[in-house]
Design a protein around this ligand. Sequence first.
Ligand SMILES: [Zn+2]
Length: 321
Amino acid sequence: MSDLFIGVDLGGTNIKAGLVDREGALVNKVSIPTEANLGRERILENICAAARQAAGDTPLGDIDAVGIGSPGPLDHVTGVVFRSPNLKDWTNVPLAEEVTKRLGVTTFVDNDANVACWGEYWVGAGKGCSTVVLMTLGTGIGGGIILDNRIWRGSTGAGAEIGHMVVVADGEKCGCGGIGCLEVYASAPATVRRFVRMISGGRDSSLASAVAEGGEITASMIYEAACAGDETAKEALEETGRYLGVGVTTIANVIDPEAVLFSGGLAGAADILLPVIRAEVRKRALEPVTENLTIALGALPNDAGVIGAAGCAMDRLGSDG
Ligand SMILES: [Zn+2]
């Protein structure tokens, strides 16, 4: 055994894999296309190819374990992924078993947001903390929770769905079927919808003509406009920050973490979002909770998934067998 692990971050577009040592240092890193539309066999082959490439000159026999962060829902104990809408022919895939068989290395599978949170907890912005929450801000809002030094999965494994915490009792309908979920108010598309509504309501903006022409507006366009002094764009983002602050307040009051961290595409607007989130939490949350709470960007924007998957595998190898 060489005290080396392979972490795999399985995404709909790319598979990232890395060779990670026992201290959480990323020794080697690769990224290859998932080819998600080519079906189960090709995706499994590509996962193994990425793992082999990441191992580099290290023989697979010297790798202690492989960890895979996968979109779910899944059973982390058996390593079976029930389904993943972005991967073709991907229903009830015995992912851990298949990869173990193909690589000859013990493989563990866990939810992608959970392992990313583990990465931040292990060597990132949550290092040294015992309770850490990671919120991934993008098309949706995902999340992972490390509670008292363990990944918190809930009784059915479906927990930590931070994006679906309710922030408006009689609010807008969410894609999950619920009402008033945080995701409907603070994701990237939610920010775009708010901004377009503001323009349609008569607010001026450097993007007003683009909106009027029906052109595509993205959250990063709104962020760039805000940085260039566009007040409407700035307000649209600040409102997103306010809702995030409401969500973080609830998390903080309930589980009292040391750190709530943000990653994902919309976290690129952190210089506007974070001050609003912090102010909102200071205003709303219980005092002892806020005193102990760090609200910040994740420190491993591109590698949390890979490092965390390897770290989870290391942890589970130690505790499972
Ligand atoms: Zn929802």
